[in-house]
Ligand binder design. Structure first.
Ligand SMILES: *[C@@H]1O[C@H](CO)[C@@H](O)[C@H](O)[C@H]1NC(C)=O
Ligand SMILES: *[C@@H]1O[C@H](CO)[C@@H](O)[C@H](O)[C@H]1NC(C)=O
Ligand SMILES: *[C@@H]1O[C@H](CO)[C@@H](O)[C@H](O)[C@H]1NC(C)=O
Ligand SMILES: *[C@@H]1O[C@H](CO)[C@@H](O)[C@H](O)[C@H]1NC(C)=O
Ligand SMILES: *[C@@H]1O[C@H](CO)[C@@H](O)[C@H](O)[C@H]1NC(C)=O
Ligand SMILES: *[C@@H]1O[C@H](CO)[C@@H](O)[C@H](O)[C@H]1NC(C)=O
Length: 381
């Protein structure tokens, strides 16, 4: 059907090359999505962790307690040197492109956080909570994927392979892949939580890989992390749900109770209880390697000179300790601390949606958050 017109825009032709594209509509126009798996070969700089997969929940909870300490040192203690991961992984991906997308149009590249898969950005299709559709309504194309170890992507060793360095190498590989197959003008990097930490790490390593960067569920303040890890109360995934996760090694962990999800991701009463229930259904695993290497992403992005926006919910515990409007160390609010990580950025903007927790997309403020992000992209690009 896409091929029936005699004038085929380059973008649509490129999309056809990916897989069968399924046409759909937002309020403002038609678009097509395709889903496909991309084999990505990496030679990634990782770290050697002196740990083996936990043999019991007691051992895992001991590790979670160590990670939850104020000024925790466990990450440094178990990091015994640099390593290289040479491997090829299958990364499940989704690309959605407006039918009238121009070859100089804007592509958003989204990295989800820990505890979710790509559905964080494509939650409740057709509702006000769906980020992908908000981007498509603006006329942007959007690329989503299941990070390594989640969803339908490869699930390698959860300690030595599923780490920050492997994941940023995969993200770089995916950007290259898109550049060779889709015609677009500018590319915006969008992260949530651990995905935002990856965006920072990519900016520190590659400078202007992205033309603009939007970091959600993020700040430079780390004082909220102990509470977050303790609240997560991670369990061995294969023991929590043998049917779903039985084949995963014990370095893959997940929350067991809905209250753990609420503590980490939600700010009561800023959400609809039904949406909370729906969110529990899309929760995903996180590996020990990811938890321990996540802090390594806090690097100085001195060669990144493009615009940056930080968008974090007012009551985010992990990123702000529970109140993002608190002035810290000379900065007017907790999010402003992140400007120091991007000293050469051409624009640094912050937005703090009220009564909103770490999982911004699942709160009543989601439409306002999406409006801010789309408007900011329009103004800076
Ligand atoms: C929303 O659902 C429709 C119908 O299943 C599908 O065609 C469309 O691609 C979906 N949109 C997104 C953004 O996934
Ligand atoms: C690894 O850990 C074990 C015990 O936890 C310790 O005995 C050993 O010295 C550590 N190895 C390195 C290289 O630090
Ligand atoms: C990984 O690949 C690089 C080249 O891409 C090679 O130099 C290196 O020796 C390889 N390392 C391992 C551990 O296989
Ligand atoms: C320990 O953590 C507290 C709270 O985040 C912080 O204020 C303090 O600077 C940290 N101390 C060290 C030595 O890092
Ligand atoms: C930043 O760019 C300069 C000049 O190209 C280069 O020498 C330097 O190594 C880069 N820094 C990083 C951290 O990549
Ligand atoms: C960044 O861009 C926004 C949107 O155009 C603008 O409102 C704001 O003043 C800019 N901030 C800085 C520090 O340049």
């Amino acid at each position: 059907m896409l091929l029936s017109s005699s004038v085929i825009p380059l973008s649509v032709l490129s999309l056809v090359a990916f897989a069968t594209a399924v046409p759909s509509r937002t309020r403002s126009g038609a678009y097509s999505c395709s889903e496909f798996s991309v084999p990505i070969t990496v030679s990634a700089s990782t770290v050697k962790l002196n740990l083996t997969a936990p043999q019991s929940q007691i051992e895992l909870t001991g590790l979670v307690a160590d990670i939850s300490h104020l000024n925790a040192t466990i990450g440094n203690e178990v990091t015994v040197g640099p390593a290289t991961v040479n491997a090829t992984y299958d990364i499940w991906s989704q690309l959605c492109v407006p039918d009238d997308f121009a070859p100089d149009g804007i592509l958003e590249f989204a990295i989800h956080g820990a505890g979710f898969d790509h559905s964080y950005w494509n939650f409740k299709n057709g509702s006000q909570y769906n980020y992908a559709e908000a981007a498509l309504e603006t006329g942007h194309a959007i690329f989503l994927y299941d990070r390594l170890s989640t969803g339908k992507s490869s699930k390698p060793d959860g300690i030595q392979e599923a780490q920050l360095g492997t994941e940023t190498a995969i993200a770089t590989g995916l950007v290259d892949y898109l550049r060779t197959r889709l015609s677009f003008g500018k590319i915006v990097g969008l992260g949530h939580s651990y995905g935002s930490i990856q965006m920072l790490s990519l900016a520190a390593e590659h400078g202007n890989l992205f033309d603009a960067t939007v970091l959600t569920g993020f700040s430079a303040f780390t004082g909220g992390l102990p509470t977050t890890f303790a609240s997560f109360d991670l369990k061995i995934a294969s023991e929590v749900d043998p049917e779903k996760y039985g084949s995963l090694e014990s370095s893959y962990t997940i929350t067991e109770d809905a209250t753990n999800e609420q503590l980490v991701f939600f700010a009561y009463p800023g959400f609809d209880p039904e949406i909370f229930e729906e969110t529990i259904k899309i929760k995903s695993t996180i590996t020990i390697g990811q938890v321990l290497t996540m802090p390594n992403g806090f690097q100085l992005a001195q060669n990144y000179t493009n615009p940056v926006a930080v968008v974090t919910g007012e009551n985010d515990i992990g990123a702000c300790g529970g109140d993002c409007n608190t002035p810290v160390g000379g900065a007017p609010n907790v999010l402003a601390t992140a400007s120091g990580l991007f000293p050469a950025a051409s624009n640094f903007s912050v937005h703090i949606p009220e009564n909103t927790g770490h999982g911004l997309n699942m709160h009543l403020t989601a439409p306002e958050t999406y409006r801010f992000i789309q408007q900011w992209i329009k103004e800076v690009l």
